[in-house]
Write a protein that binds this ligand. Structure first.
Ligand SMILES: O=C1O[C@H](COP(=O)(O)O)[C@@H](O)[C@H](O)[C@H]1O
Length: 264
């Protein structure tokens, strides 16, 4: 199924429109199934969306107590570290809405249970634990050891990485496990935990967020038929829908058949 593209004027508008879209999705899923499940992304665009959601008047339409939150990846750092995706999501939105703590599923931190030990940096064990948490939440109606998320969001990195799946890395080649430890990532911090492409593809809808000029080349490559090992964003798609949400700067290098220039 071909991805759908929506291009907004600038990154602020993109964040606001994506937040409005997410509110509607969550409300619809809660009406249809009683609860909703969303996978959050880190990075500038993901946090921009959460901040926009936090100030959206319609945010009170969501029943926050019936929302399951998961993460697509995490920077494997101590609890509370300002660079952790979880810490940033809390600051942008989560601390200001009445979530049910039992339904919030951050990826493990690098201190505590999964602290560095004789068997390595702990990220592989943390990944295994998160995979088990996902498997426990999956039901018979799901298609495997991961729940069928309503929406899974991914920021697109300037090098086409999504979650912590970097081009040509072992993690992007993973076909069996749903969550992996990532070692030696080219973007700091080097140690991370990430959903794999098979886990990402279990979502009903996958939304890729790309705003800013530094995302233009990545969007053009991923949407022009590149392979997923070279361009991980190309391998991120949902069961029912794949949606690229861009701003005009990130869309500026797209092939004309995908994003024709506006008529004069
Ligand atoms: O490190 C990460 O980067 C990507 C992209 O971030 P951005 O700031 O370039 O938008 C993000 O999607 C991922 O969750 C995060 O861990």
């Amino acid at each position: 199924m071909a991805p759908q593209l929506v291009v907004h004027r600038d990154k602020e508008l993109m964040a606001q429109a994506a937040a409005a879209r997410l509110i509607t999705k969550i409300v619809d899923a809660q009406a249809a199934r009683g609860s909703a499940s969303v996978v959050l992304t880190g990075g500038r665009n993901g946090n921009g969306l959460l901040a926009a959601l936090s100030s959206a008047p319609a945010r009170d339409a969501v029943d926050w107590s019936r929302l399951d939150l998961w993460w697509g990846d995490e920077r494997f750092l101590p609890e509370g570290d300002p660079e952790r995706n979880y810490t940033q999501a809390r600051a942008a939105l989560l601390d200001s809405v009445p979530l049910d703590p039992a339904r919030v599923h951050p990826m493990p931190a690098s201190d505590g249970t999964f602290a560095k030990g004789a068997d390595g940096d702990g990220a592989d064990a943390a990944a295994e634990a998160y995979a088990a948490e996902l498997a426990a939440a999956a039901g018979p109606e799901d298609h495997g050891p991961v729940p069928t998320f309503d929406v899974l969001m991914l920021g697109v990195g300037p090098d086409t990485h999504v979650a912590s799946l970097f081009p040509e890395s072992p993690a992007v080649r993973e076909t069996d496990r749903t969550v992996v430890g990532v070692h030696g990532a080219p973007k700091p911090p080097p140690t991370r935990v990430s959903l794999t492409l098979p886990a990402i593809r279990s979502a009903r809808e996958v939304w890729l967020l790309a705003a800013g000029e530094d995302k233009a080349k990545a969007a053009a490559i991923a949407l022009s038929g590149a392979g997923e090992v070279q361009a991980p964003a190309a391998g991120a798609y949902g069961r029912a829908r794949t949606l690229w949400l861009l701003d005009a700067a990130a869309a500026s290098q797209l092939p004309r058949d995908l994003y024709p220039p506006a008529s004069p």
